[in-house]
Design a protein around this ligand. Structure first.
Ligand code: PMP
Length: 463
């Protein structure tokens, strides 16, 4: 294939990668023993590696390539902006046209009560901004003791010190002495894993009321905010029971705390509306965003800020001593703006709601009949299947969690499908532009990989 003509052989790339590159969330010794898969090209919903293998990208990169790969409008917009003004900052009372246009566009797309944005370079930086912003907001309102942010176990909010602290991944806290002070975690609304004998509805209410109990335990005068992903992504596509979010909203309305919906995955169409908060009918005070904002073409994130917080902040906050060199990077803003125009002009978000999500739900749901699957769930264009040796009991395997998931993930790569495993949960989040035929291909390949995984597990005496 001509596009690979100038690349060195895969083995050489792998050897250099092993020699010099430390990968995120990776056991380097383990990776170096095998050699990384080297991805060199992408188009639509497909990826190619340097060996010429074609794969359907069931994860849209890292939940981010919402408009699919190879959109020349975004590439052209970024190129034009590079030529015009490749960089300038937004500190020191300066601005530039692309950041102004993107801020205006986001205010237009966001729910009515949200009209401001603070830019960052990523989802993690957006969540670091959130921690500093809510504490500064309450201080500016004469309530400096309202500092604690309540989050959730198994939530994911990024990998910086504050992002990982907000997140509830204990294996991340264990490295680096996290969480930072004044962040606490309540239980998650994961019915499949933790619901026991309760109905999903009862369980959703019980897990929402954990927020009320935590506010009472800490004292309302100490609590700044509650943060959660509308649907937990990295935790395993945890779709909360329908009773969960209305109860959370009730509690936030009754108590003087801010509601933060982390829209880094759910934002920009993933759930069939522009924001996951709209799908769950909640009214957040702050919404961290990233990923689908630029469909991953360039790094950019931000925090969407409600009028309530922005007004207090602007009127009483003075200087907010926070910001990044790349806050509102002009080229990233130009790419994001064009990406949002594509989502809008091609009606991609409403197409998710009316076509792709119901089609995926039907096909993906059929995987629930497989002997290895305890539950197949999806909402919008995120989905999960739970691997289990015992469907009725929703039981885990008798070996270390992730053993079966990893076997399945490896079969997926070999079959030409990128599907991620979180423990023994297989998850998907394909580009929003995935066609019905491509959904058929995704589900057919997933089913084939389940058969192969089941055979392996039987051979190893694990099923
Ligand atoms: N919040 C959520 C909900 C995420 O899923 C992620 C990334 N997976 C982040 C924050 C962090 O984003 P980033 O990796 O861009 O820092």
């Amino acid at each position: 294939m001509t596009f690979m003509a100038n690349l060195p052989p895969t083995a050489e790339l792998q050897q250099k990668d092993a020699a010099h590159h430390l990968h995120p969330f990776t056991d380097t010794a383990d990776l170096n023993a095998k050699g990384a898969r080297v991805i060199s090209r992408a188009e639509g919903v497909y990826l190619w590696d340097t060996e010429g293998n074609k794969m359907l990208d069931g994860m849209a990169g890292l939940w981010c390539v919402n408009v699919g790969y190879g959109r020349h409008e975004i590439i052209d917009a970024a190129t034009r902006q590079m030529q015009q003004l490749p960089y300038y900052n937004t500190f020191f009372q300066t601005s530039h046209p692309p950041v102004i246009a993107l801020a205006e566009k986001l205010a237009q797309l966001a729910p009515d009560h949200i009209n401001h944005v603070f830019f960052a370079g990523s989802g993690s930086e957006a969540n670091d901004t959130v921690v500093r912003m809510v504490r500064h907001y309450w201080a500016s309102q004469g309530k400096p003791d309202k500092k604690v942010i309540i989050s959730r176990k198994n939530g994911y909010h990024g990998s910086t010190m504050a992002g990982a602290s907000l997140g509830g991944m204990s294996f991340m806290h264990a490295q680096g002495g996290l969480p930072i002070p004044d962040i606490t975690h309540i239980d998650q609304p994961h019915w499949y894993k933790e619901g026991g004998d309760m109905s999903p509805e009862e369980f959703g209410l019980a897990r929402a009321r954990a927020l009320e109990e935590e506010i009472d335990r800490l004292g309302e005068d100490k609590v700044a905010a509650f943060i959660a992903e509308p649907i937990q992504g990295a935790g395993g596509v945890v779709i909360p029971p329908e009773t969960y979010w209305p109860e959370i909203q009730r509690i936030c309305d009754e108590r003087e705390i801010l509601l933060i919906a982390d829209e880094v995955i759910c934002g920009f169409g993933r759930t069939g509306q522009w924001f996951g908060s709209q799908t769950y009918n909640i009214k957040p005070d702050l919404m961290p965003i990233a990923k689908g904002l630029s469909s991953g073409y360039l790094p950019i994130g931000g925090v969407l800020v409600s009028d309530r917080v922005a007004e207090g902040f602007i009127a009483d906050g003075g200087e907010f001593a926070h910001g990044y060199t790349y806050s509102g990077h002009p080229v990233a803003c130009a790419a994001a703006l064009t990406n949002l125009e594509i989502l809008e002009q091609e009606n991609i978000v409403s197409d998710v709601a009316s076509r792709a999500a119901p089609y995926l739900a039907e096909k993906w749901g059929q995987l629930g009949d497989h002997p290895l699957i305890g539950q197949a769930r999806s909402k919008g264009l995120v989905g999960a299947i739970e691997l289990t040796p015992d469907k009725a009991a929703r039981a885990p395997f008798a070996v270390e969690a992730g053993t079966a998931g990893l076997i399945c993930r490896e079969h997926c790569f070999a079959t030409g499908l990128v599907m991620r495993h979180v423990g023994d949960t297989m998850i998907i989040s394909p580009p929003l532009v995935i066609s019905n035929e491509e959904i058929d291909e995704l589900v057919e390949k997933a089913g084939r990989c389940l058969d192969l995984t089941l055979a392996d597990l039987k051979a190893q005496g694990l099923y």
